[in-house]
Structures are given as C-alpha cells and as structure tokens.
Design a protein around this ligand. Structure first.
Ligand code: NAD
Length: 335
C-alpha cells in the first residue's frame, strides 16, 4: 500500500472483505500517519513499512499496489509501479494532467498490468441501476443529465494538501468532484463535444465551486455542479431525463455515506426498486481483472476522460469561453 492516510483505511477493509489480498508492505513517508494507521488497524502492526514507494518496490516482492497519496503524486508512483510490472488500484483522480493519464493508459497496456481508478460509484448498485436504464433504452432518447455534489469542503480541508495546488492539482473538482465528473461521463457514455464553465475559488488558491455545462455527441446536455462551500456535510443528486422516462437519485442527508435512493419514472408510474442488483466491489473487481477473470471496470481511459473534462472546465472558466473538446483536446490545466 502506498500512502497510509485516511482513505487507505477503506482499502484495507475492501481488500480484506474481498479475501483476495495479503497486505505485505506499506510505503508512507510520515511517521505520524503511519502510527495513526497502525493504531487504527492493529492487524497490520507487523507489516514492514518504508518511507517511499520505490524503496518498498526494491525491497519486497509484490504483485500489486494501492496508491492513496495526494493527487499530483499519483502519476510518478503509478508509472514506477507499472515499470516494475505491478497491478495498480489508484485513487481518484488518476492524474491531474491529461498527458499523464494518457501515458499511464499506454504504459499499462504495454506492460499488460491492470491499472484501475478508484471510482467506487461505478460499483454502487444505484448508479449501476441508472446506467443500465440509460443503456437499455428504457429511458428513451437521452436528453439531459444534471449531476450535483456538495461538501463542507473548503472549511474541512483548510490548511491541508487539498488546498495546495502543488499537491492537489486543483480543488473540490479534482477531489470529490472527480467522482461526479466520472459519473456524468460514465452514465452518458458518449463523447464530449464542448464545455462551458464557471469556477469560483471563494478566496482559496484552488477551485471551490464549479458549474459546467457539457454538450455530448447527439445533443445530450449535461450539467455538473460541484459545491465546495456547502453549509452542510454532504449532498449528491442526479437527474436524468429521457424522451420516455426520468431517473432521480439522491443521497439521504441524514446518512450521507450510504448509497442513495433512486427512482425511475415512466408511463406515469414511479418505480422505486426495493432490491438493487449488487455487483462486485472495486477490490473484488480489481482482483478478478488481475486474474483475467473479469473486465477492468474502471480503466485508465476513465482517468483520461475525467482529466480532459477537468482541464476543459478550468480552461473555459479561465478564458470565459466555450471549449470544444474535438478541436481543443489536450487543453492544459490551469491550476
Ligand atoms: N475514493 C474516495 O472516496 C476517496 C476518499 C478520500 C480520499 N480519496 C483519495 O485518496 C487519496 C489520499 O487522500 P487521503 O484523504 O487519504 O489523504 P491523507 O492526507 O489522509 O493521506 C495521504 C497520505 O499520503 C502520504 N504521502 C504523501 N506523500 C507520499 C509519498 N510520496 N508516498 C507515499 N505516501 C505519501 C501522506 O503522508 C498521507 O499519510 C487522494 O487521492 C484522495 O483523493 C478518495
């Protein structure tokens, strides 16, 4: 495991629940982080720790690594792992720059290793339900989709690497917003044609609030709203409108960490599925893909597309213009 901060804990639980992994080494430069991590997870007390990923790669025979570090460190660490033939589960965003994401996608392909981006909503039954309804055509012709997420992020991350562009690569859009950018692209599943966006830094060195209008091939309108100065802990909604139906998803603000509630309306009926089909977790899917027993359900191409959308949003907001992705691809990141 590379990076033993707060999100790494979820990876330990996820890997343990899958029953497919042995955690044999840790790489963490901060003694304080490491101590807190071992205190939270006493079972890992004897697992050897190294102060850098490369030291760990040299010292221990590994099959795979999780990369759970600040954002701009993902690219060099993932590239180093790929060069050693290791499979990777990398936290979001895969990279902060389009060229870096493409480099990882190409290197993973050439090395024959599985690099998965940890976009866990791809494994969430409610999001899977929405994607299935759109893909099956039950919604009719897809017309508009509005995806919104908000967190008390600006206050919650003050003074941490998340508001330091050198380590975060951007603000709330690069952080939790990355999940919803991926959901917008994954649910619509068509090429992006153009992006028009507003970004408010609210006095921070990084983006706090973002509103983006995204035009997809076939004229589908997408709206991505990312709120980093929310007055409450968390909110997340999705509304997808098609010629024959409507999907609505909302996280329950009283249980913000749980999966949300989804409804499907069609022919004047509201269908609220009581049982949503569970698929593999991201750690189970990663293990299946490594063994060649399943597809990579969150491949590096997801990281490339999110990086392209993110860069287009920053550029549109900076220049006050609509950015066309077909002609202006590989736009540089502003942050
Ligand atoms: N998927 C999710 O829902 C989710 C939730 C939270 C965080 N994350 C992601 O997880 C990653 C880490 O976030 P976090 O909340 O755990 O942050 P954190 O600050 O709690 O932990 C990051 C850890 O990385 C360590 N680190 C720094 N440089 C390193 C290096 N060169 N090599 C190894 N470790 C290094 C830090 O010392 C720290 O312990 C980010 O990519 C973040 O976006 C994802």
């Amino acid at each position: 495991m590379v990076g033993c901060g707060s999100a790494a804990t979820g990876h330990v639980y996820g890997m343990a629940a899958s029953g497919q992994f042995d955690i044999v080494a840790l790489a963490e430069p901060s003694p304080e982080s490491l101590e807190r991590f071992r205190a939270r997870l006493p079972l890992l007390g004897d697992v050897p720790a190294f102060s850098s990923a490369d030291e760990m790669f040299q010292a221990v025979d590994l099959d795979a690594v999780t990369v759970v570090t600040p954002h701009t460190l993902h690219h060099p660490i993932v590239m180093s792992a790929i060069k050693r033939g290791l499979h990777v589960l990398c936290e979001k965003p895969l990279t902060c720059e389009v060229a870096h994401a493409k480099e990882i996608a190409e290197a993973a392909e050439a090395a024959g290793v599985v690099v998965m981006v940890r976009y866990q909503r791809r494994f969430d039954p409610a999001y899977r339900f929405m994607r299935e309804k759109i893909a099956s055509g039950e919604l009719g012709e897809l017309r508009t989709i509005a995806v919104t997420c908000g967190q008390r992020w600006q206050r919650g991350t003050a003074g941490t690497w998340r508001q330091d562009p050198a380590l975060s690569g951007g603000g709330m859009l690069m952080d939790s917003g990355s999940h919803l950018a991926d959901m917008l692209l994954w649910l619509v599943d068509r090429p992006v044609e153009s992006v028009s966006a507003l970004v408010d830094q609210c006095g921070s060195p990084v983006d706090i609030n973002t509103s983006a209008t995204v035009r997809f091939a076939g004229g589908v309108h997408g709206q991505l709203t990312v709120i980093g100065d929310l007055a409450i802990t968390w909110m997340e909604t999705v509304v997808v409108s098609g010629s024959d139906g409507l999907l609505r998803y909302e996280v329950d603000p009283q249980h913000p960490w749980r999966t949300g509630r989804v409804t499907f309306s069609r022919d004047n009926q509201i269908v609220e599925p009581l049982r949503l089909q569970r698929g593999p977790s991201e750690h189970e899917a990663w293990a299946d893909a490594i063994r060649g027993e399943g597809p990579n359900l969150s491949p590096p191409s997801a990281g490339v597309r999110v990086a392209e959308l993110t860069a287009a949003i920053y550029r549109s907001a900076r220049e006050g213009q609509t950015v066309r992705l077909d002609t202006d691809a590989d736009v540089a990141l502003s942050a």
